[in-house]
Design a protein around this ligand. Sequence first.
Ligand code: ADP
Ligand code: ZN
Length: 745
Amino acid sequence: MIVGVHPLAGFDKLLHYRVPDTMRDGVRVGSLVRVPIMHTLHLGIVGEIGAPKDFPVDRLKTVTQLVHPFPALTADLLGLARWMAGYYACGLDSIIETMIPAAVRRGAGLKQEKSLAVAQPLTAEELTALEKRAPQQARLYRLLAQQFRPQKKSLVLSRLGITAAVVAALVKRGAVREETARIERIAYADDHSTGELVAAQPHVLNSEQATAVSALAATIAQGKFNVTLLHGVTGSGKTEVYLRAIDAVLRAGGGVVFLVPEVALTPQTVARLRSRLEAIAPGHRCVVWHSHLSEGERLDGWLALATGEARVVVGARSAIFAPVQNLGLIVVDEEHEPAYKQDETPRYHGRDVAVMRAKLAGAVALLGSATPSLESYANAQAGKYSLLELKQRVDARQLPHIDIVDLRIEAAKQRALPSLSGKLVRAMQDRFEKREQTILFINRRGYSSSMQCTKCGHVEECRHCSIAMTYHRTDETLRCHLCGDQRAAPVRCPQCAAPEIRWKGLGTQRVEEAVKRVLPRAHVERMDTDTMSKKNRFREVLAQFRAGKIDVLVGTQMIGKGLDFPNVTLVGLVDADISMHVPDFRANERTFQLLVQVAGRAGRGDRAGEVIVQTFTPQAEAIQFSRHADYAGFAAAEMKIRRDFHYPPTRHLIHHLFRGPNPEKLKFFAEQWAKLVEKTLGARVDLRGPSPSPIEKIKDEYRWQLWYFTNAVTKVVPELAKLRADFAWPDDITQVIDVDPMSLS
Ligand code: ADP
Ligand code: ZN
């Protein structure tokens, strides 16, 4: 038996090896093996069985080891890796390494650990007697008797604060058994601390949901590739639709990948999924997947999926590579979220990869959003995707009323620029008195955006990056949000020494301070990446908020996504302009999405919600269409602009970034390269640039960029990759190709 192997050795080539008879039964396409290259052993993935015709097989080396008895990549994942290598211009080996966790590549198996379980149940009398005589033993017995599965011994001891002697006594008595077993370290497995409301029982579907569910059931029953866009307004009950689709796939024996944009949101989704799955198939497990897992957790989850023991994975972007067997459905919740795009190599988009994986696996991709990306919406309108719509909130709840506050008028009234308008302040006070809750969004962490001298106009910039530094009030520092550099905030202007240096623009800290001033008795919490750096802090604050212990929550859009708090009746967007006036063709789309999503957090309980949006540009389209949550109107207006300027989704964009310490040299090589591309690719690409990047310098490195507009990514990218490999780049210039970039800096 001969196999072709993709080695994980820093180059892309299929090498052939002989398989020894002892491994014959185990080796399949997708198997992880160790093979000799020159004189060292490397890992590799079996890419094909057999060899090309007339291949000189007699001098072949032999596969040294089969790392796992089951394939590390399913056939669809291997196909996906090949497609990604071509589409995103990166090495196949780096993608395979992204797909297979490090511990799996090392060949690690499940950890063996000591565990405890009830061996012989005690009678009620025996337990009462034990309670009197040895209360610690009784507590241990009770704990174990409540569990379905054996519990990890070390964990039980530390939780009850007891010694091994207590265990030994119960074991001796025969009531408890101690064994060494595979213990799974599945994340959140025994986590009931989040205080989330869990909808264990399925809801009775409303008529729109029922229509969507039956359409999906029919699609799933066909067992073919399909992409469905579920466009449902905020609070329309999309999750229930996802759950019914998952239910249908599981009953048919298929597997499911469920993607959510933010790790922080996973507990809520997982809790809901878990309880429902357990109702469908008792003992069913749902594997959690995201970048903060411990290595052990990741390994266990991966093995459970690869062996077919678990069939559902829920997680962030990288969960799209989980080895789910017999894949039937991929759900991409909040499909418009930029968080699905990875901003380091491989620079893939989780949603697009999900669609491709579904295609390769013959599965259904279900993309859901209240504000679909224009890319997905255009595909639905062109008939490439099926479209399902939920136009009403569940229980006929009203979409919240959106009030626009014109900050130009407000600023004239109050002389200084206020962070909170009179209207917003009165509304917050009203909610506080009624014991209802408020969320305030401000899309910038820190105290203010920058420090500017009102006398000479000087703005403090980072010494290593060409952007303004952000003022952080809590420790009186200026910080660079790009490189993290920080220094004490000056009291006088560093340029003209005038004491008139002031903040400019708003940040979360300044808004928090303003709220505390107008509502001194309220409990105010701030939630942004600065306060949430501790691992479980995010979940703690959310649990407190849900329990009604926090009156006003101030945060960046990290709190704007997918959260469902029935007692929130007021949402304020403090500065809608932050996301709008940036040099990015998606700025309008982002602002519209932000407004609709943020507004969607209000009025999810029985009471109607109110939304107050503060802006200096109330006439902007993104703001006007969002007032009536008019997605179709917005999409039509925005698509016209995209067509006029040939922006996505009309064509694809490819970003090419050049970085280096010497700006002249950078310019020279970027221009030489652009000439070469123009000559070689001709009309297949449309070039813009090269030119300095919007942020010209980061961490002392200069940046130039070049844009390619094209209709044919799959043709153009491989050509660019080949040209790039043959081009004589100097050592001190790094360059990065980003296909379908989500950020234009
Ligand atoms: P979306 O994701 O569309 O914004 P969710 O899925 O979060 O909305 O649902 C909003 C709320 O409505 C949730 O609390 C959910 O439990 C509830 N819900 C969903 N479907 C129904 C239904 N058919 N009847 C009653 N409540 C429902
Ligand atoms: Zn910096």
